[in-house]
Design a protein around this ligand. Structure first.
Ligand code: SF4
Length: 353
């Protein structure tokens, strides 16, 4: 059976077959991914109304691709007080935001409670607010820095009200590439172990892949395969989120940014390979809104959310600092031929727009 028929019959493809998809005709590949998208989700494109909060940019790590940490190329170190964070949550709660997405750098000076107490405060004052917080990289940092096991940190997250984990810090699992771009940070094996432990507590998370820097196509496929393997065991990942590397203000110095063609092929291949992950998110923050809209025809069924404010990728040149207006967002999805569906953080449908 050729690979096309295999995919259309819902059969799983292996590493070599996945890699060979990069050589397939661009539009044929898009159509195959779209077939899977339509089987799973029809014309629905999900989004949520969320607010990203990045409480500190002071970091003990030194990832080469990072433009956000104050020890890299960002000249403005900051650490927010809990009162400031609560003011933001209070404000966005009045404006319909249902999820706060809280991700920080690895600040060695705040004490562990600065990281954890804020979740409890949010859940006490706003019990309906979904708290998505702490990447596996942060979990690993807190465990190392405060001499705790992963299980202890994860138990503390649950006790303090974290509802789900974001997918950040996965970067690229290939050890050589990872060593080059973010040596010293959580290893691939540890990243997967932390998510496995989180899933074993009945909790959900997402998983990202940072691409478009020094990695090769082989490394992207390897990354997807490792995700598929863990998902077979736990079924804990809600969404796969390919993140396009941002070129500005960092030490990787990639001359030629990845092409739109290569981004869309990668999206489509991930939709085909990750047959056990329900959602493929086109994170417009890193791919631009326009390309995210086109990605809907290459397998993507989720455009993240309105964001409202974002500091990490915008530091590296992404146009995400101020988020996007809800009406405009909904209009863009409709005009591209899809049905905007507002969802909660774990994909329950809230409203079909
Ligand atoms: S990517 Fe995260 S862990 Fe790495 S230097 Fe930047 S803030 Fe720190």
């Amino acid at each position: 059976m050729n690979i096309r028929d295999k995919i259309l019959n819902g059969q799983r493809i292996d590493y070599d077959e996945a890699l060979s998809l990069y050589e397939m005709d661009f539009f044929e590949l898009g159509a195959l991914a779209n077939t899977i998208r339509e089987k799973k989700h029809g014309k629905k494109t999900y989004f949520n109304i969320n607010r990203h909060i990045n409480p500190t940019n002071i970091c003990a790590d030194t990832c080469k691709f990072c433009a956000y940490a104050a020890n890299r190329k960002n000249p403005n170190p900051y650490t927010m007080k809990h009162e400031e964070i609560m003011d933001i949550v209070k404000d966005v709660d009045t404006r319909g935001v249902k999820e706060v997405h809280i991700v920080s750098a690895h600040n060695p000076d705040t004490g562990i409670n600065w990281y954890l107490d804020i979740f409890k405060r949010i859940k006490i004052e706003f019990p309906h607010m979904h708290v998505k917080a702490l990447t596996a990289a942060e979990v690993d940092f807190l465990a190392r820095h405060y001499s705790k096991s992963y299980d202890e940190i994860i138990d503390l997250m649950v006790e303090n009200g974290v509802d789900s984990m974001p997918g950040g810090g996965a970067e690229i699992f290939d050890e050589k590439v990872r060593d080059y771009i973010c040596k010293g940070k959580v290893t691939s094996e540890q990243w997967l172990e932390i998510h496995q432990k989180w899933h074993e507590r009945g909790k959900k998370s997402n998983v990202t892949m940072l691409f478009g820097h020094v990695e090769k196509r082989e490394h992207r496929i390897d990354h997807m395969m490792r995700i598929r393997e863990l998902q077979d065991k736990t079924n804990g990942f809600n969404a796969f989120i390919p993140l396009v590397y941002q070129t500005e203000n960092n030490y990787l110095k990639i001359e030629a940014p990845i092409t739109a063609n290569e981004i869309l092929k990668t999206m489509a291949i991930s939709r085909i390979v990750l047959d056990n992950v329900a959602h493929l998110k086109a994170y417009w923050v890193t791919s631009t809104v326009n390309l995210a809209l086109v990605s809907q025809e290459f397998g993507a069924n989720d455009l993240d959310g309105t964001i409202q404010k974002e500091s990490i990728n915008s530091a590296a040149g992404a146009a995400s600092a101020n988020g996007v207006d809800l009406e405009e967002f909904v209009g863009l999805i409709k005009n591209s031929g899809f049905t905007p569906v507002e969802r909660d953080s774990v994909y329950n449908e809230i409203k079909v727009w």
